[in-house]
Design a protein around this ligand. Sequence first.
Ligand SMILES: [Zn+2]
Length: 497
Amino acid sequence: MRIALAGIEHETNTYCSGQTELTDFYVQRGEKMLRAAGQQNALGGAVDACLESGVEVAPILHAFAQPSGTISAQAYDGLKTELLERLSDAAPVDAVLWLVHGAGVVDGIPDLEGDLIAASRQLLGADTAMAGVFDLHGNITQAMASDLNGVFACHEYPHVDMHVQSSEAVAHLIEMVTSGRRARCTVVQLPLLMPTTTTFSGPGKRALASVLAAEAENDVVDISWFHGFPFTDVAHVGSSVVVTSYADGASLAQQVAQDIWEQRESFRPDVLNADQALARAQSLLDGSGSGPVVINETSDNCGAGAPGDGTHLLRAMLAADLAGRACFGFVVDPATATQAHSAGVGSTIEVRLGGHTDDLHGAPIEANAYVKALSDGRLVLQHMYAGAPLHLGPMAQLLIDGLDVVVASRRSQTFDLEPFLAVGIDVMRYDIVALKSSNHFRACFESLASAIVTADTPGLSTNQISVFERQASSVKYWPTSDDAAWPADAPDRKIVI
Ligand SMILES: [Zn+2]
C-alpha cells in the first residue's frame, strides 16, 4: 500500500499588510519530508504512522510559512503546479493524506485548501482515498470536505495532538483502502468568530469534552471541532463541526454544533490592556516562590499573523518599577539583533527596538541597551511540536532599564523556554515573565507559572474581533453582532456535504 503525503500549510491573516511570497515558504520535497520522522507535528506524525504500519510513503511536497498576509497568486500557483506534477509522477497511489491548515487564502482564491484538494481529486479520480489533517483554526468549506473521505483536526489548543491526528488519519486511510469502503464528511458551519480559546482549561476544555463524548458515543470515525480563524476576511470564516462517518453524519454534526453554539457566551474573553494586565500580574505575586506570573501578549502573536515587534506591553513594563524582577521574550527585530551582534557582548548600544512594521503595534522604544548575551537562534522545540527545528536567526539578550529583553531576528511566537535558554535566561528567577503568544505557550508554561494573565494590546491578533472590518461576508456573527442567530438568520450556512 502506498500513501502520498502532501500539503501547503498556511494560516492567512488577510488584515496583514503585504503578501506572502514563495520565499516565505519552507518547502520540503520528496525524501526530505521524511526527516520530520519523530517530530510531534502533523508531518512527523504522518511519517511515523506510515512507517510503523508498514505502509510505503510517497512523499510529494510540503510547504509551510509562518502565519502572514494573503498568499500571492504567483507563489501559490508555483507551489500548486509543482505539487500536482509530483503527485502525478508518483501515481499510482492508494491514498493521499493532506497536511494542511484550513485557513489558507490566496489572492483571488479565498479557499486555498478547497482549490488544491479539488484539483488533486480531479487528477486522481473519485476512487482514491483522501483524508486531511487540519489545524483547528481552519475555516472549513464544502469544497474542502466534499473531496475528502476524512477530516481530522487537532482537538487541543495548544496543538499538542497534531501528530496523534495524523496517526488516526493514516489508520483511517489504511482501513478504507483495505475494505474498499469510503467515508464522507459532513460540515456544519456556525456564525461564530471564536476568540482564541484554550482547550487546556475553562470553557474551551468543557466544550471539547462534550465533542469528544459525542465522538465516543456514536459510531463515527471522527468529530472535529474547528474553532476557525477570525482574522481572515472570507465568506466562509467561522467555527464549524465536521463529522467523518460511513453513515449519514448530518444530525450528529447538527447536534454537536448546536451544543457549541449554546456555549458561545462562555467564550467571551476577558480583555485587559497592557497596564491592566501588568497591574493584575503584580496583584497576583504572592512571594511563595511557586513560579513567575506569565503575561502573554495575545494581540501581537506571530502565530496568527501579527508582526511580533509590538511595543505596547514592553513599554508599560519599562515604565513600571520592575528592574531585576521581569524579563520579556521576545521582540522580533532583526536590525537590533544585528546591531547587538556587531557590537558584541559587554557593549552598550542605542536601540530603536520594535515598532517597525506599522503604527498599530506601537512606536519603537528608544533606549540604551547593554548587550548581555548573544545566540545563533537555532532552536529545537521541546513541548508543542517537540523535536521540530525553530530558527529565530541571530538573537540577543538586552538589559534595558533593569529589564531583561530578548530580541530575535525571525518571526515566531514563544512556544516554550528555548528562546529564553538560548540567551541564558532562567525564567524561574523572575517575578514576571512576558511573551507573545495566544495559547501555544501554555503547553510549556502552564505547569511552571504561578498564574497566567493575558494582555490584549492593539494588534493584528487581538481578541477584540469587532475591530476587523468584514467585506467578504454579510453574515451576522457572534460576538460582533447582537443579532447573530443560528440557523435562523443563516440559511446558507446549514449542512453541506
Ligand atoms: Zn491553530
